[in-house]
Design a protein around this ligand. Structure first.
Ligand code: FES
Length: 216
């Protein structure tokens, strides 16, 4: 898909603790990788949180390359299910859990955590088509339905609008050839893919796990 597709179209749980646990695990494993000397292959690693008791296993799927995203082009890919879109983009500034040589490549679920519309990527200085009065001071995701705004350099935290929680972040790896892989996804659950139980990371029902190369 194209960057225009990332501009969005129409289409809620205890989250802070799980987010902290997610980041703690990621930091621990990154340190371990440096010790064993394979950090040069995996530029950065985000470890997905798989709910306890779940038999879910995230697939590893190639979604893009460093050259494809070098100019800021947004890449849309379905992951981990074949009907759940994500945006992958090189932000041009260091990002939380960012990968690549500059630590600025991130990917998030594109399904808005408010009511499930598809948000679009807006680079620094840009404006969403639905609200030309808004000028992004940093790279954001902007939902055209009710104006939720996600800070993409800081874990897609909500900085505007009614979304009750951040977007799930896709775990990425970059190999020595510049290929970018999706390897997992952090909490919370993709909107519409939780059972609605007390565990927000309960499951990913409602689609099939992707198994083939994604991206444009
Ligand atoms: S669905 Fe995104 S702000 Fe309402």
């Amino acid at each position: 898909m194209t960057q225009e597709d990332a501009q969005g179209s129409e289409g809620g749980q205890p989250e802070d603790q799980s987010k902290r646990d997610f980041l703690k695990v990621a930091a621990t494993v990154s340190a371990a990788l440096a010790v064993v000397g394979i950090a040069s292959v995996m530029k950065s690693v985000v470890i997905p949180v798989i709910p306890s008791g779940s038999n879910l296993t995230f697939p590893k799927v190639k979604v893009s390359t460093l050259s494809e995203v070098s100019g800021g082009t947004a890449v849309i890919f379905n992951y981990p299910l074949d009907n759940t879109p994500n945006v992958l983009v090189k932000l041009g500034q260091k990002a939380e859990n960012g990968v690549g040589p500059d630590g600025d490549i991130v990917a998030f679920s594109q399904v808005c955590q408010h009511l499930g519309c598809i948000w679009g990527y807006v680079p620094t200085g840009g404006s969403p088509a639905v609200n030309k009065a808004y000028v992004a001071k940093s790279p954001v995701g902007y939902c055209p339905c009710h104006g939720s705004i996600f800070d993409l350099a800081n874990g897609a935290k909500v900085i505007g609008g009614p979304a009750p929680r951040p977007e799930p972040q896709v775990a990425l790896e970059v190999d020595s050839s510049g290929n970018i892989f999706a390897t997992g996804m952090g909490p919370p659950s993709i909107f519409g893919h939780s059972t609605g139980s007390s565990d927000p990371n309960n499951d990913l029902q409602g689609g099939n796990l992707v198994t083939t190369t994604q991206g444009s």
